[in-house]
Design a protein around this ligand. Structure first.
Ligand SMILES: NC(=O)c1ccc[n+]([C@@H]2O[C@H](COP(=O)([O-])OP(=O)(O)OC[C@H]3O[C@@H](n4cnc5c(N)ncnc54)[C@H](O)[C@@H]3O)[C@@H](O)[C@H]2O)c1
Length: 292
């Protein structure tokens, strides 16, 4: 119900969205991690374009074999696609140099939407992980953010008040057994966000934040064992229900915009209230006589 007594919320929402075409007008950004149209990064790229930004798309060279990113590029005003393995500093340097050449100047925002664990992929138990795999998990899913920020800083590639957002998950704070060593990667990702956020903030007023997103049906998400049951549990535990990928994209846009200029070094939950819910009536009722 709106304050006028009618149920105008969806229409009002549409109106606001129709008017707000220029939240990122004049801004230039790099979007990592759009694999296919389920990817959170895919939705961020489309929304950033719709809000007036110019973007460069990037992903690991192996992820481009399907070629889907080129379809996205067409939908984003023929955005250039520059391949980069985010663990490779040479690739990252070429990416930032290529983006700056294309934009004719510096970059205003970066989305880091990257995650992969060989241990999770191969179904290794957390207590019996392969340590070489663990190194890959940490390098791809967390240290790649450090390398991205360090490369940008070295090249002075970001404009003052620029904004970097990486995607995280609440397993950084709480145990979710099947999330395996990705939990350790997300803890490190959030730590890098605070530490680099401090240094880059002092040096250039660059903002660095993580968005801790609800479980979402994507290629990476579905790789976690028991994901379907887990997504239903999370839905039942969240007062607003699970946040979907499109809503996550819209939240990221606010963080790239000038409306959030003093938000930095934060882990921001975008999860329908899951993180602050001890138990919901829907979940606890399953343990009563009728739910059993
Ligand atoms: N899906 C969920 O339930 C969920 C929940 C919270 C957070 N997240 C996070 O959101 C982010 C995006 O994941 P998604 O769910 O959209 O899945 P996705 O599979 O669509 O995206 C993951 C991306 O990481 C890329 N990537 C892997 N290794 C790379 C490398 N070496 N260099 C560059 N890119 C590489 C992949 O190519 C892919 O595009 C990840 O950080 C993920 O952990 C996802």
């Amino acid at each position: 119900m709106s304050e006028w007594g009618g149920s105008l919320a969806p229409q009002t929402n549409q109106l606001i969205r129709a008017m707000a075409h220029d939240l990122l007008k004049g801004k230039k950004g790099i979007v990592f991690g759009a694999l296919n149209d389920m990817s959170i990064a895919w939705k961020v790229a489309l929304e950033a374009h719709a809000q007036g930004a110019e973007i460069v798309l990037t992903n690991a060279p192996v992820a481009m074999r399907m070629g889907e990113i080129h379809n996205l590029a067409k939908l984003c005003g023929d955005a250039p696609v520059i391949p980069a393995d985010a663990t490779n500093e040479d690739d990252l340097q070429k990416l930032f140099e290529g983006a700056m050449e294309h934009f004719g100047g510096k970059v205003d925002f970066v989305l880091h939407s990257i995650g992969m664990s060989p241990n999770v992929r191969k179904g290794k138990q957390y207590t019996d992980i392969n340590y070489k795999f663990l190194q890959t998990t940490l390098d791809v899913s967390a240290i790649s953010l450090h390398k991205t920020l360090a490369t940008a800083k070295k090249l002075d590639a970001l404009n003052e008040w620029g904004s970097v957002v990486a995607l995280s998950y609440i397993a950084a704070q709480r145990i979710f057994p099947d999330y395996g060593d990705m939990a350790d990667a997300k803890s490190l990702l959030e730590s890098i966000t605070r530490s680099f956020g401090y240094h880059y903030g002092v040096a250039k007023k660059i903002r660095v934040n993580t968005v801790s997103q609800s479980p979402t049906v994507t290629t990476a998400g579905s790789g976690v064992k028991g994901f379907d049951e887990f997504i239903s549990y999370s839905e039942a535990m969240s007062p607003l229900g699970n946040a979907d990928a499109q809503s996550c994209a819209e939240y990221c846009i606010t963080l790239f915009s000038d409306l959030t200029r003093y938000v930095t070094m934060q882990n921001l939950f975008h999860d329908g209230g899951f993180s602050n819910t001890g138990v919901s009536m829907e979940v606890i009722s399953k343990f009563g006589p009728e739910g059993a």
